[in-house]
Design a protein around this ligand. Structure first.
Ligand code: FEO
Length: 399
């Protein structure tokens, strides 16, 4: 079935229903690798798909035009989920030029044997006329890689936004007005948190520049295409870019013999105050993809681990390593946990991570108990929860 975005502009990508692990990202709803095609006096393909699915890309293109009629293959982003099938595509499209910026050419040449490819290097001043459509380009460094760029067709007010505004979300439908908005926004948020959050500042600059374009449709490289709810996704990006805090306390922990879990439960009870959302995640059952999604809009984090081998539990170390890499901004935080005989163990190791993440530490020492929390310590944990709730309200309402 042909999927037409606008007259003579088609989706020719691949919907990946089965993927559940995208280099560590838990893709619970699958994904898609969106490629597009414009049929005019000249024919252009925008982006490609993972190497494994090259034959589907070729078949989709061939439904619309013969492969030897393709004049241009535009590569907006060299990451292999979008460039992996370029070797097959460039071999099949014998008359096509590979359109990309200079940085992208360098990156592609490291991934693939590009000796036989005819490159057409573009910059922001370049325009390629296909007839009634013009391809223009905007460099968007670090959204998601240094060579990333947008392609824009002014006559159609259509932006090919590459990873930006994407979602790992497999659907047979292709447009935002055909799918449940709560699902697509959830997947867009999870995608932003796990893929883009580290580059929030750069993406903010990209958004500022893209605001000068007249846009009616945004076609990203993953997930559904935005044609109705552009304002919703753009406003959401503005919040996510600054990690805008809600009045939300996020508690996450692992536990060995339930002592740290009891502390988490007591903090949770204390934090349950009017107007405050409290989330409690035992890392035995919450994966890091879901956790990143929770972190982006929390105001305060409480992170717990018992001491294990003088340090913290592996799942807590994994979560903090991952979050430190994503660099969420402007979070307040505390650490807690139990220990047996090594008091400077798990909870202190957490404090080091929270410091490295530039969190505002709400206490100089973690909340700890030896082996089992006493009633006094549990009361202390409840009071800590109350303090975190108050702080979450302060942070959220200060912005
Ligand atoms: Fe979907 Fe950065 O690649």
């Amino acid at each position: 079935m042909k999927v037409e975005l606008k007259k003579d502009i088609y989706w020719v990508g691949y919907t990946d229903w089965d993927i559940r692990d995208f280099h560590g990202y838990r893709t619970s709803r699958g994904s898609s690798y969106n490629a597009y095609m414009i049929k005019d006096e000249k024919i252009a393909v925008i982006d490609s798909v993972k190497a494994l699915y090259a034959k589907h890309l070729l078949a989709n293109i061939a439904m619309i035009a013969a492969l030897d009629k393709v004049d241009y293959v535009v590569c907006n982003h060299a990451e292999p989920d979008h460039s992996g099938s370029l070797p097959v595509l460039m071999e099949a499209c014998v008359n096509a030029e590979l359109v990309c910026n200079a940085k992208c050419q360098k990156t592609l040449s490291m991934y693939y044997d590009t000796a036989k490819w005819k490159f057409k290097i573009v910059d922001e001043a370049s325009q390629i006329s296909l007839g009634s459509h013009t391809l223009t380009f905007m460099n968007t460094p670090m959204a998601h890689w240094p060579e990333s760029m947008f392609t824009y067709i002014p006559e159609e007010k259509l932006l090919f936004s590459m990873d930006a505004f994407g979602q790992h979300y497999a659907r047979s439908e292709h447009f935002d007005d055909e799918v449940p908005m709560d699902e697509v926004m959830q997947e867009a948020k999870t995608y932003y948190a796990n893929i883009i959050m580290l580059y929030g500042k750069q993406v903010g600059k990209v958004l500022e520049r893209a605001a000068g374009l007249d846009i009616e449709m945004i076609a990203p490289s993953h997930g559904i295409i935005w044609r109705k709810n552009l304002g919703t996704i753009i406003e959401a990006y503005k919040r996510w870019i600054v990690c805008k805090a809600e009045p939300k306390v996020l508690i996450f922990f692992d536990s060995m013999w339930k002592s740290t879990e009891k502390l988490a439960d007591a903090i949770y009870e204390g934090a349950r105050q009017d107007g405050v959302c409290v989330k409690k995640h035992d890392l035995k059952s919450t994966n890091i993809t879901e956790l990143a999604d929770e972190v982006i809009d929390c105001a305060v984090m409480a992170v717990g681990s018992p001491t294990l081998n003088k340090g913290m539990m592996p799942k807590v170390a994994q979560a903090l390593t991952y979050l430190k890499g994503l660099a969420p901004e402007s979070k307040a935080a505390v650490a807690f946990g139990s220990y047996g005989w090594a008091k400077k163990g798990g909870a202190h190791a957490i404090m080091e991570y929270l410091t490295a993440m530039n969190c505002e530490l709400l206490s100089e020492e973690p909340l700890q108990c030896q082996f089992v929390p006493t009633e006094e310590v549990l009361q202390e944990a409840t009071e800590l929860g109350e303090k975190l709730a108050k702080k979450a309200l302060e942070i959220a309402h200060a912005k």
